[in-house]
Design a binder for this molecule. Structure first.
Ligand code: UFG
Length: 326
């Protein structure tokens, strides 16, 4: 059991990871400024409403708890927004990470698991994408995460910081045991938008049907949020046991097109998905599929959710119990 600080623990992947850490017997405190996350996602008595840039509040939090490691989720995640307001993304994501690393240094915390993204690859040259592919983000969001990875790599080299960066592909689904799920505002992600379209009858737009893929729509590697939560716990346990750390892709290695996701949602719900064909969304690569062999081998990480239908069904269960019909 370790004393862990989880930043961004009121968000989607962060809250699932908190619940999983508690199940695994770890002691968890959450830092979240609630600018995006929700207090109701955080297990009772664990929430500290603090912004990463508030050094005095950070010192107070670190002094009150002798953290042995940090899992760092707190970040803005909207790719389109990042192109409109890059300063905010670099300040919040990269700058916030630096402020966190400074606080960790002041308080002697030397282990961190970082929430990174497939967006560091941009338009990949090789698919499935291995970790050593070229890193060429095509939006400020991906760059802000890559800059944090670069900082971690240099701190590891120069000062012995131990880190794991997990590059997620498309997180989806919800864990029924925990009562939390995907609740972004505004929602931009495909699966919740498809499920909302079923409930509201208002069509979801398929962004582009002229990609070089079998059905013309974009292909993504959907990975269940509970499997991602498990990857964090494994990464943490590995660092606590003296593991050397590094950068890992986290995806299932299977790609599904937008139309395949729509068909999976129809199979799961027994209802038609209202959708219309639209223009391409700027910055969308045609295909993003992970080569996760390194994570599977190093941390013995095996995704439990093997089919798209299972993942969509868990999202549907959450959506059905929490939607307001919009
Ligand atoms: N899509 C639609 N219609 C929609 C929303 C999405 O057709 O209304 C399509 C997108 O074009 C894309 C696929 O569905 O092809 C998935 O889109 P999401 O917005 O759900 O996810 P992204 O692949 O854009 O983004 C995800 C994460 C990001 C991360 C990125 C890495 O949400 O945080 O993967 O590439 F940066």
């Amino acid at each position: 059991m370790a004393k862990i600080l989880v930043t961004g623990g009121a968000g989607y992947i962060g809250s699932h990871t908190c619940h999983r850490l508690l199940e695994a017997g770890h002691d968890v405190q959450v830092l979240d400024d609630l600018s995006k996350g929700f207090a109701h996602n955080v297990p009772e008595g664990r929430l500290n409403v603090v912004n990463l840039h508030d050094a005095a509040a950070m010192d107070k939090l670190f002094s009150a708890h002798e953290f042995e490691a940090v899992i760092h989720f707190a970040a803005f995640i909207a790719v389109g927004e990042s192109s409109r307001e890059p300063e905010r993304y670099f300040r919040n994501n990269t700058g916030g990470s630096l402020a966190l690393l400074d606080a960790m240094k002041r308080h002697g915390v030397r282990r961190i698991v970082f929430s990174s993204t497939a967006a560091v690859y941009g338009n990949p040259e090789v698919v499935p994408i291995p970790e050593n592919s070229a890193w060429k983000p095509v939006n400020p969001y991906g760059e802000s995460k890559l800059m944090t990875e670069t900082t971690l790599r240099w701190l590891s080299e120069c000062s012995g910081l131990k880190y794991v960066a997990l590059r997620y592909f498309n997180a989806c689904g919800a864990e029924p045991r925990y009562g939390v799920g995907e609740e972004h505002d505004p929602e931009t992600h495909l699966i919740p938008l498809i499920l909302k379209a079923i409930r509201s009858g208002k069509p979801v737009t398929v962004f582009g049907q002229d990609y070089a893929t079998p059905d013309g729509t974009c292909i993504r590697d959907y990975v269940h949020v509970s499997d991602l939560a498990e990857a964090h716990v494994k990464a943490l346990d590995w660092l606590m046991a003296g593991g050397e750390g590094g950068v890992f892709n986290a995806g299932t290695g299977h790609g599904f097109s937008v139309l395949e996701v729509i068909r999976a949602a129809e199979a799961v719900t027994g209802q038609k998905v209202p959708y219309i064909m639209g223009e391409r969304r700027i910055g969308d690569p045609a295909v993003l599929v992970a080569d996760s062999a390194k994570l599977q081998k190093t941390l013995n990480w095996i995704p439990k959710y093997a089919t798209l239908e299972e993942m969509v069904a868990s999202a549907w269960a959450f959506e059905s119990s929490h939607s307001h019909g919009d």
